[in-house]
Design a protein around this ligand. Structure first.
Ligand code: ZN
Length: 491
């Protein structure tokens, strides 16, 4: 047996001003050929799971590419070709199956369904080729994606701590199908439901019962049932919640399972609308708390959903209300990093921090914040993730500096990174468990590493292109009517 195994991942926020080009993929670590296998073959990711399954049965592995960029704007045509072409070329050389670690919400300059396009091209080149796909929980499923693969599964957790298991699940179903033991049949369903990610935690209402229903259907004999929360910051026709069921040869049953869970989601639709507290009130509430760490979640500028990671709104309010013993992760500002490294550790500096990026889709202008403090620490920004999400993957913050105002220690780095691992602070010489407040530019993934150490969690409604306030997002492409943009939408 010869398997092509690859990873091509991007969650595209069409409201984000950040360009997703080749350099952005390289910044997070993109590898080709032998290096892809060497770097990712043993990680707890879908790619790592596929490699492990292939090794178990002694299959020959060709791993043409592992590429992932932090969420941002549309993927350039050039970047898309550079990453997807090696997968097509590897499959064209002949193989028994293709196993892909994809996201499901990739929007390209030339096509709003990046994954569907790749799968369609694969099938056009090699009709009927067995294809297994593991998708992110935030996939915006399309008919083209489902039609052009054999098996597709999605994470059941958000934060995503079961990515490896999702890869194993897809890979094992495909291996059993190759053996002729089963005949996977997929059906999917959706409602006109565009839900914000802040309401998608899989261990809380209203999402938890949907995941429980999927798990129950699997215990009852379905091969795999995946609930996709969807990614509402991708303004494309097919954005939104969906459910995909796979059974052994029973299309009617797969259909019933998928549409049953979608009906359940629809009945809970009002609970999927996020309602924010005013920022000033949130910070005042944080100030009144006695013990820490208190997590202050700057969810409107979340790198993990396409945020620019340089909006200063929440930091400004923390300073205005005079909170003390705060650590911040992180402001992306390469110029300030450079200035502070040239000054050196122990030196006092004043920098115009963050605010380097305009966000035209929301009518926001970048507003730097003048901050004075001591350069406390300089690091190369590299560490290995130990949290139960992306475990074993190397993180690259770029050069990183801690700017200490006396009340606040702010990590400033050259590259994007969402904090879900304590290494974000520790690699910069800050012990997060010892701080009263930790401000995190994150939405929900922080929970993977930070919830175990948190005494309190406060969501802070700042500003940025990952806002959960639908009234600030000008949708132009999503199918209408869709709830809650159209409150009277019908399923
Ligand atoms: Zn996701």
């Amino acid at each position: 047996m010869r398997f092509v195994i690859a990873k091509m991942k991007h969650e595209t926020n069409t409201f984000s001003p950040l360009v997703t080009d080749v350099a952005r993929f390289e910044a997070r670590g993109s590898y080709f050929g032998n290096e892809a296998l060497a770097r990712y073959g043993r990680t707890k990711t879908p790619f790592g799971a596929f490699v492990e399954l292939a090794r178990e049965i002694g299959a020959e592995i060709e791993a043409p590419v592992v590429a992932e960029a932090w969420p941002s704007g549309r993927v350039t045509a050039d970047a898309y070709e550079r990453i997807s072409r090696p997968i097509l070329d590897a499959a064209a050389r002949g193989c028994d199956a293709v196993l892909l670690d994809l996201h499901g919400a990739m929007v390209c300059e030339t096509d709003e369904d990046g994954e569907g396009l790749l799968l369609e091209r694969l099938r056009a080149m090699a009709p009927g080729i067995p294809i297994a796909v593991a998708l992110d929980f935030h996939a915006n499923l399309t008919d083209r994606m489902v039609r052009n693969c054999t098996v597709m599964t999605g994470y059941k957790t958000f934060p995503h701590v079961d990515t490896y298991q999702t890869g194993l699940q897809a890979g094992r179903i495909l291996l059993r199908a190759l053996e002729g033991e089963i005949r996977p049949v997929m059906r999917w369903a959706r409602a006109p439901l565009l839900i914000q990610t802040l309401c998608q935690a899989t261990d809380e209402e209203p999402m938890r019962p949907l995941i429980a229903a999927a798990e129950a259907a699997e215990r009852d004999g379905a091969l795999a049932v995946s609930v996709f929360g969807g990614f509402a910051h991708a303004d494309i026709k097919d954005a939104g919640l969906s459910v995909l069921a796979i059974t052994d040869g029973d299309a009617d049953r797969a259909e019933r399972i998928a549409s049953g869970i979608v009906a359940e989601a629809w009945s809970r639709r009002a609970a999927f609308v996020y309602r924010a507290e005013a920022l000033e009130a949130s910070i005042a509430r944080a100030k009144s708390l006695k013990d820490g760490p208190v997590l202050l979640i700057d969810h409107c500028d979340n790198t993990g959903s396409g945020g620019t990671q340089d909006v200063m709104t929440v930091v400004r309010e923390i300073m205005r209300q005079g909170l003390e013993d705060v650590a911040v992760f992180a402001i992306r500002d390469p110029d300030s990093v450079d200035t502070m490294i040239r000054a050196g550790v122990g030196k006092r500096v004043t920098v115009a921090l963050g605010g380097n990026t305009d966000i035209p889709a929301l009518g926001l202008k970048g507003e730097p914040l003048e901050v004075s403090g001591i350069v406390r620490n300089i690091s190369d920004g590299e560490f290995t993730i130990t949290a139960p999400m992306f475990t074993g993957v190397r993180a690259y913050l770029g050069r990183s500096v801690v700017l200490d105002t006396g009340a606040i220690e702010i990590v400033v780095c050259e590259r994007s990174h969402e904090p879900w691992d304590l290494g974000c602070f520790r690699s910069n010489g800050i012990e997060p468990t010892a701080k009263k407040y930790l401000m995190l530019k994150s939405r929900l993934h922080y929970r993977a590493g930070f919830r175990p150490i948190a005494r309190h969690i406060i969501e802070c409604n700042g500003a940025g292109c990952t806002t959960s306030d639908n009234s600030l997002l000008k949708y132009r492409h999503v199918r209408r009517p869709v709830y809650p943009l159209d409150p009277d939408a019908r399923a």
